[in-house]
Design a protein. Structure first.
Length: 223
């Protein structure tokens, strides 16, 4: 138990520092100092910074696994909006990883493999969710599988990169900014959704406003 507690403390400290400064600017010495422990003690748990990054990614996966694989059981447009907010909340929490994604995956083949495996799992789950919407008469699914996969891919790309897009423009992560991102996804999906477009927009936005407003106050993206 003491070992798990210490590892958790190290990961909490690393995540805070990485989010604030970027992982490249933070050494294991600085993480150890932030934890109030010796470098040797930290290296007993994590041999290097790469292992810390892997462990943080694994922590994010555990959060996904705890509640992200039952979406098809709630096939509603309101739940789809909630899925978008949930994705942004996770990315905001581990924002250093998503900001540095290309470089981190390029420098660590094992991390790249794990990320690719998880991404494929998530894309299949989103496809499963869309099929459930179709069964409820809420969505028209394209007859050919590659076209459906394209729709899934585009919605994933938007959601995974929306916070970076906000960051690039020096904007605050606000309810309004989140709504704009979801509008982009609705524009992709609109030709395939069966409900009235105004109703879809209104109900989805009400869901996002409720969930995003409940996550404390808007959080600024660090420089």
């Amino acid at each position: 138990m003491a070992t798990r507690d210490t590892q958790s403390r190290i990961l909490d400290a690393a995540l805070e520092l990485f989010n604030q400064n970027g992982s490249a600017a933070i050494s294991t010495n600085r993480v150890a100092a932030h934890c109030g422990m010796s470098k040797g003690n930290l290296h007993y748990h994590f041999r290097n910074k790469q292992e810390i990054v892997r462990a943080l990614f694994q922590r994010a996966l555990h959060e996904m696994d705890s509640g992200w694989y039952g979406d098809h059981l709630a096939p509603t447009l309101e739940h789809m909006a909630a899925m978008f907010v949930r994705q942004l909340q996770l990315i905001l929490k581990y924002r250093f990883f998503y900001r540095e994604l290309a470089g981190l995956l390029r420098s660590d083949p094992l991390l790249r493999q794990r990320f690719a495996h998880n991404r494929e799992r998530r894309l299949k789950e989103i496809e499963r969710f869309f099929l459930s919407l179709s069964e409820r008469g809420l969505m028209r699914i394209p007859a050919d599988a590659p076209r459906l996969r394209c729709i899934v891919d585009v919605t994933w790309i938007v959601s995974e990169n929306w916070l970076n897009y906000i960051d690039y423009h020096d904007r605050e992560v606000s309810v309004e900014a989140i709504l704009e991102g979801y509008h982009e996804i609705l524009e992709v999906l609109r030709p395939y959704l069966c409900a009235d477009p105004q109703q879809i927009t209104r109900e989805s936005y009400l869901t996002i406003e409720r969930l995003a407003s409940a996550t404390q106050h808007p959080v600024s993206t660090p420089a």
